[in-house]
Design a protein around this ligand. Structure first.
Ligand SMILES: Cc1cc2nc3c(=O)[nH]c(=O)nc-3n(C[C@H](O)[C@H](O)[C@H](O)COP(=O)(O)O)c2cc1C
Length: 173
């Protein structure tokens, strides 16, 4: 079974998860902000996307390429500050993709990292401003101070999904 990991992210945490998944699966990794792989070359796609301003950054790519990949096995992982299981995350995903996409893909949310010192000054300024206006105390703290929830073991659900798909394919051969 031929698989690949395709991701969009800006500050390195989505890429880090993509690389960790690749170490375990040996699937190649493509940064969709820099590369243009042909997704039809693969049976199984692991898609990774950061969440920025309440939107998955892979939205445009996935919507554009959907007609070409809709028959493939697809798992989408998002990387955000918001905790997996928080209702906002599912809302942002539901608002970003068609019902057909939502029904077909497997969705796994992960938490990432935000190092305020790595951000351009204007983005940092906007986040600090947003933190002042934010009502939820946990989100406020995250926006004001940054965070790091990156742990390799977070990818275990994705690895499990990949091995289940590989086993099923073998059983059918
Ligand atoms: C400008 C900006 C906007 C963000 N907006 C959100 C958001 O709306 N919701 C959220 O949960 N996290 C948000 N985050 C946090 C990112 O999702 C998190 O830092 C993620 O790990 C970034 O992925 P990357 O390192 O691959 O770019 C935002 C971060 C930045 C810098």
């Amino acid at each position: 079974m031929k698989g690949a990991i395709l991701f969009t992210g800006k500050f390195g945490s989505t890429q880090q998860y993509a690389q960790w998944i690749s170490e375990h699966t040996s699937f190649p990794v493509f940064n969709l902000n820099k590369e243009n792989p042909d997704p039809t070359d693969y049976d199984l796609l692991v898609l990774g996307s950061s969440i920025m301003l309440m939107k998955p950054t892979i939205k445009k790519w996935l919507t554009t390429f959907w007609p070409m990949i809709k028959d493939k096995q697809i798992v989408l992982f998002t990387v955000s500050g918001t905790k997996p299981g928080h209702p906002d995350l599912q809302k942002w995903i539901n608002n970003s993709f068609s019902k057909e996409i939502l029904m077909h893909i497997n969705y796994i949310p992960l938490r990432g990292r935000l190092n305020l010192n790595e951000l351009p000054w204007f983005t940092r300024f906007l986040l600090k401003l947003g933190a002042i206006l934010e009502k939820d105390p946990e989100t406020k703290q995250r926006m004001a101070e940054g965070f790091d929830y990156m742990v390799k073991s977070n990818i275990s659900q994705i690895l499990k999904w990949v091995s289940e798909k590989k086993e099923r394919k073998l059983a059918l051969v």
